[in-house]
Write a protein that binds this ligand. Structure first.
Ligand code: MG
Length: 363
């Protein structure tokens, strides 16, 4: 079945919290592109390419690559996913965000044509329920504790605390949140590269009494030796996120035991196919892995949860529910029930664009 048309539509969604920020930037919006690949029979496959400026992929760059790739897709056999993705890799180095959108759209198109959920293309649904993990953006300790309370009252049992590299202030936030939510809520931290090696070791050790279960990307992405020093010095599992920005980089992290765990993200690694490979590399090398923050409209975590469903080795709660923080998400089909995301049997990635979205839908 040939590819007849490819459409690229902007996806700019406001967050409920206009003051949302993490260590690297303010982030009041979710920004990316929807790639719709339309087959000759009218079936549409959808993929989402996240704008990720902190990975070198701002909104405009993702669009430029999608436009370039679109020209290579028209007229190709839509079933030849690996051949098409191989061609893209030879056409442009990196730019995984645009490649991920196309990888996801091609898998979605194939799964919809076969009438099966995408997870069946990757081994079938080993896991079908995912507990919600929500992110607490950087604010004062009091405001972060209040936000944590609100989410816990909504049924959330896993929270990720964004910290910003100031040991005293970060530990105060962690302490305030633990006191507010009690001992049964699972807490992690994400420093987004904001510590030095020494300050990371100091901060993480000071956070140990508050039962933090995971410390994400404490030091700059390029400092793999520093990341290993932190990993070796603390008892809390350390996770590589920004440092794990490609399949090649993940191979190095696993081989050298630079981190205890790796955060997998479709847009970061280049789509479902490479992310599945990354998970297998982690598994073979004895490094933990899970799905990291898939912040974007439901389309993005829909794909990620399909892959997560086929990965029974995921060790910790994945981050698949940040769509709850977005206004006017044009996608439907993915819903939380009592703080749990459930994967169903709908064909493809499991979400479809609302009629009001203006996005292409099957004829
Ligand atoms: Mg992170």
């Amino acid at each position: 079945m040939k590819i007849a048309e490819v459409r690229i539509d902007a996806s700019i969604l406001e967050k409920h919290d206009p003051e949302w920020r993490f260590a690297l930037a303010a982030s009041p919006q979710s920004q990316g592109w929807v790639c719709s690949i339309i087959a000759e029979d009218g079936t549409v496959g959808y993929g989402y390419g996240s704008a990720m400026a902190h990975y070198g992929a701002p909104l405009e760059a993702v669009k430029a690559n999608l436009d370039r790739f679109t020209k290579l897709l028209i007229g190709q056999d839509s079933r030849k996913i690996s051949a098409i993705l191989d061609e893209l890799d030879h056409n442009v180095v990196g730019n995984n965000q645009a490649k991920s959108a196309i990888d996801c759209a091609l898998h979605d198109l194939l799964a919809r044509r076969l009438g099966v959920p995408i997870c069946e293309l990757f081994g079938g649904p080993a896991v079908t329920e995912f507990s919600s993990l929500r992110i607490l953006p950087i604010k004062s300790p009091e405001k972060m504790a209040a936000n944590a309370r609100k989410l816990v009252n909504e049924g959330v049992k896993h929270l990720k605390i964004k910290v910003h590299g100031n040991v005293k202030e970060d530990v105060a936030c962690v302490a305030a949140i633990r006191e507010e939510v009690g001992k049964d809520i699972h807490l992690t931290i994400d420093a987004n590269q904001s510590y030095t090696v020494k300050s990371a070791i100091t901060a993480i050790r000071m956070m140990e009494p508050f039962n933090i279960e995971l410390a994400e990307q404490p030091v700059p992405a390029g400092d793999l030796y520093g990341l290993k020093k932190v990993t070796d010095a603390v008892s809390i599992p350390v996770e590589a996120d920004e440092a794990a920005y490609s399949l090649e980089q993940i191979t190095t992290i696993v081989r050298e035991r630079i981190a205890d765990a790796v955060s997998l993200k479709l847009s970061k690694i280049g789509g479902l196919r490479k992310t599945y490979a990354a998970a297998m590399i982690c598994e073979a090398g004895g490094v933990k892995y899970r799905m990291g923050a898939h912040s974007g409209p439901r389309l993005l975590p829909a794909h990620a949860s399909q892959l997560a469903a086929a990965l029974p080795g995921i060790w910790y709660s994945s981050e698949l529910t940040e769509f709850e923080g977005l206004i006017n998400d044009p996608w439907e089909g993915l819903q939380l029930e009592d703080g749990v995301l459930k994967i169903g049997d709908a064909p493809g990635c499991g979400v479809t664009p609302k009629a009001s979205s203006g996005l292409p839908r099957k004829n």
